[in-house]
Design a protein around this ligand. Structure first.
Ligand SMILES: [Ca+2]
Ligand SMILES: [Ca+2]
Ligand SMILES: [Ca+2]
Length: 141
């Protein structure tokens, strides 16, 4: 008799929560836990893709350009770009070229997801033609 009363009370409480949007609010923390951030800290150029002078490297995250600059052999630069995501994040590095019939050069890519969170500082190497780059990044929740 008592048990039956308790169950009835509980189901009434659940019904009330649905009516007021209470259960929707409760699901929010679970959603937030599936998002993460990728922090791109630095980019090091050991050697350029271009044969003469500096490269004009740029970085895209999921297809959007997030940084561009200029680097020559054995030069580094601070990037400090942070992007939030809940799905796979694809990071690509290119060298921009301005000449006719000289398209931008794709130097490489890597992808991260939530599983890569909390592993500390990571290095991504990009080697294409004469280019040799290292990107330093971290994935955090
Ligand atoms: Ca080039
Ligand atoms: Ca170039
Ligand atoms: Ca080119």
């Amino acid at each position: 008799m008592l048990g039956n009363t308790l169950r009835k009370t509980a189901s009434l409480a659940a019904a009330a929560a649905v009516a007021t949007g209470g259960l929707v609010a409760l699901s929010s923390p679970a959603e937030a836990a599936t998002t993460y951030k990728i922090k791109i800290y630095n980019l090091w150029c050991e050697s350029t893709e271009d044969w003469t002078g500096a490269d004009e490297p740029y970085i895209t995250v999921n297809g959007s350009k997030v940084w561009s600059g200029s680097l020559n052999d054995r030069q580094g630069v601070t990037i400090n770009v942070t992007k939030s995501s809940s799905n796979t994040t694809r990071v690509k590095l290119y060298d921009a070229d301005a000449g006719f019939f000289d398209n931008d050069d794709f130097l490489g890519e890597f992808a991260v997801n939530l599983d890569h969170a909390g592993q500390g500082l990571q290095e991504a190497h990009f080697a294409a033609w004469t280019a040799d780059y290292t990107m330093y990044y971290e994935v955090v929740r």
